[in-house]
Write a protein that binds this ligand. Structure first.
Ligand SMILES: Cc1cc2nc3c(=O)[nH]c(=O)nc-3n(C[C@H](O)[C@H](O)[C@H](O)COP(=O)(O)OP(=O)(O)OC[C@H]3O[C@@H](n4cnc5c(N)ncnc54)[C@H](O)[C@@H]3O)c2cc1C
Length: 315
């Protein structure tokens, strides 16, 4: 059992408030991440609904670390696991409703399902979401984008709860959006958002969605164990071109490999550890720095602690 946040001999699970949803100690995370690697959550919490989550945050020990995850399509969970509570928003947060040219969705709704609901309702402009394999919560945090559009371009408003259970209504201007990120405090949890498109023919929308999916299948290793783009594109450059030029295409470390198909994707060839993937990423950064003088920044978020128990500072 991992007991990393214990101040006393009482296991963490016994110090948590009673909830309507599910609290699971020592919950394996590898199986629910796209990379299929990583350790356990000290405790996993799947709240039944919004009120359950808010009550939990209001009553939990104040110093308890809480990490929210979506479907972990942009996450590398380290091998030693994640101390504290890992929060996963499930069915109670997956509602999708269309109203005129708006789509209202819970933060646990899949981006693909949001794009599909918009298509059925004849709402164009949200097609790009069908190419992002995450949840709305992850898309809000990451300012997810593809094919010329980002979440910030379609957001009307969002609701979030902070680490103490206080609710916040957010307008796009409150987010401090930037390329693949925002300035919202790390401990805030998005609950839902309203997105806006424009009226369009469902057949035309369907064609655009299928073009996006075909383009992705041609250029990305979409059916492998990966975390999507590993590094952000530096100002005025493409990360994949820098990685290719530094000779990293196909580079391996343990069971991790730089994809031959798209060299800004790292893949788990079958038996990689999170340490293999992170070390390979750092090796790529080193080679690119030596080759072009450019310091690549991780887009993939790394959470948890290494197998030897070292807590890393970098998110
Ligand atoms: C094959 C592949 C292709 C991809 N293509 C794209 C692409 O084209 N464009 C793109 O932008 N991304 C892409 N990604 C990356 C990824 O899908 C996005 O970043 C996505 O938005 C992550 O959503 P998620 O639900 O999986 O979040 P996670 O990976 O689980 O988490 C990512 C971050 O969001 C935070 N988070 C998650 N939910 C919430 C919430 N409710 N409240 C607050 N914070 C939250 C987490 O704490 C974490 O910091 C791709 C990934 C893969 C594997």
């Amino acid at each position: 059992m991992i007991a990393m946040t214990q101040h006393s001999k009482t296991p963490l699970i016994d110090r948590l408030p009673t909830v309507q949803g599910r609290l699971t100690p020592d919950a394996p995370l590898a199986g629910i991440t796209w990379f299929r690697v990583g350790g356990k959550a000290e405790v996993m919490f799947r709240p039944a609904d919004r009120d359950d989550l808010i009550d939990f945050l209001r009553q939990k020990p104040r110093d308890l670390p809480v990490t929210v995850i979506g479907v972990a399509s942009n996450l590398l969970v380290r091998d030693g696991g994640v101390p504290g509570v890992v929060l996963r928003l499930g069915r109670g947060f997956a509602e999708i409703r269309t109203e005129g040219e708006d789509v209202f969705a819970g933060a646990g709704a899949l981006d693909f399902n949001i794009a599909t609901a918009a298509r059925i309702a004849g709402i164009g402009g949200l097609e790009f979401l069908c190419g992002v394999p995450g949840t709305l919560g992850g898309a809000l945090r990451m300012n997810a984008g593809a094919y010329g559009r980002e979440l910030k371009d379609v957001l009307v408003e969002a609701e979030a709860v902070d680490g103490y259970g206080n609710l916040h209504r957010l307008r796009p201007g409150d987010f401090g959006f930037r390329y693949r990120g925002s300035a919202i405090p790390e401990d805030w949890i998005f609950l839902s958002a309203r997105l806006r498109g424009e009226s369009d023919d469902p057949k035309v929308i369907a064609r655009r969605m299928s073009d996006i999916q075909n383009a992705r299948a041609d250029s990305q290793p979409v059916r492998t164990r990966t975390g999507g783009s590993t590094f952000k594109n530096p100002e005025g450059a493409k990360a994949w071109e820098l990685i290719d030029k530094a000779g990293c295409r196909g580079l391996k470390r343990g069971g991790a490999m730089v994809s031959e198909k798209h060299c800004n994707f790292l893949i788990n060839t079958g038996n990689a550890t999170a340490a293999d993937i992170e070390a390979l990423g750092e090796e790529v950064r080193r080679r690119v720095r030596d080759d072009s003088g450019i310091e690549l920044q991780w887009e993939i978020r790394r959470i948890g602690i290494a197998a030897d128990g070292d807590r890393e500072a970098t998110p």
